[in-house]
Design a protein around this ligand. Structure first.
Ligand SMILES: [Fe+2]
Length: 277
């Protein structure tokens, strides 16, 4: 290599390094903005705040279980976290009532949240894949979903996963059925609402925690200092101003434990949290 070529290689290396730095900063800014957004959602609607956080954590853990690459997991997490952003400002009963209890007019408005959410995100950021997850998380594998009636692999992977996590969460927190029954409902609908391959893995993944979810009455309180990953939260953790920090129903990971400790002085509880298992 000539001296000139060596210089060019070095300069390219410098540019690549700088671009990586820019990508990191952009991601950081995006994460901070989404953090602010979810905090605001939790303050205005506790149910929606809990739902989006649980669905995001569940989708991410399932994506890790499926051993997808880091970028795919990242996109699935943020798509799932923002999947219902189009419902911000909707009347409370529209957000927390089971689908079957809505009137025709309410259903029409409900269905629009996928399009509103997609618009909100695409106008703020160039996040095509995240916007696609938001738009398509109510599509059905057999083609009967909304808004586009997509079928099978036409539905983005992140949207198929978010649909599974979203429905599982709604079965438990909206329809108030046991986790073991929620698993049965997913099984029954596999193939026409859910991607059958994904549903099979999802059920396997969920079954490892079903006992914990169905036995929250047997929860016990432990000091914050004893929190470890894999514990199942039996109750919400709120800040003393009422803001939801960690919703019940999530399995703790390192990031959440760090978050709880960093907010320790603002928690509304006496340094004790309720966990199962
Ligand atoms: Fe939704």
């Amino acid at each position: 290599m000539t001296e000139e070529e060596i210089e060019q290689v070095e300069s390219l290396k410098g540019e690549i390094h700088a671009l990586r730095g820019i990508k990191k900063t952009l991601r950081r800014n995006f994460q901070d903005m989404v953090g602010l957004l979810t905090t605001t959602i939790s303050q205005t609607n506790n149910f929606l705040g809990g739902h989006i956080k649980r669905v995001a954590v569940l989708s991410k853990s399932f994506a890790e279980y499926m051993r997808y690459d880091k970028d795919t997991i990242y996109r699935i997490y943020y798509g799932a976290l923002l999947h219902d952003i189009g419902m911000v400002g909707y009347p409370e009963n529209l957000i927390s009532s089971p689908f079957a209890e809505l009137t025709e007019a309410e259903l029409l408005l409900y269905k629009r949240h996928t399009l509103i959410g997609e618009k909100m995100i695409s106008s703020a950021y160039d996040l095509r894949q995240t916007a696609q997850i938001i738009r398509s998380h109510h599509e059905e594998f057999g083609g009967d979903g909304f808004p586009d009636g997509l079928a099978g692999s036409e539905i983005p992977l992140g949207a198929r996963i978010t649909r599974l996590a979203n429905d599982y969460d709604n079965f438990i927190y909206k329809n108030k059925i046991k986790a073991s029954e929620a698993v049965d409902r997913i099984k029954e609908r596999s193939g026409y609402i859910y991607d059958p391959k994904l549903a099979t893995y999802f059920i396997k993944f969920i079954r490892t925690n079903v006992d914990k979810q169905d036995n929250t009455s047997k929860s016990s309180g432990i000091p914050l200092s004893e929190l470890t990953t894999g514990m199942y939260m039996a109750e919400d953790i709120n800040l003393d101003n009422g803001m939801l920090l960690i919703p019940k129903g999530v399995i703790l990971d390192d990031t959440m434990i760090d978050k709880i400790h960093s907010f320790e002085s603002l928690l509304d509880m006496k340094r004790i949290v309720s966990i199962v298992g």
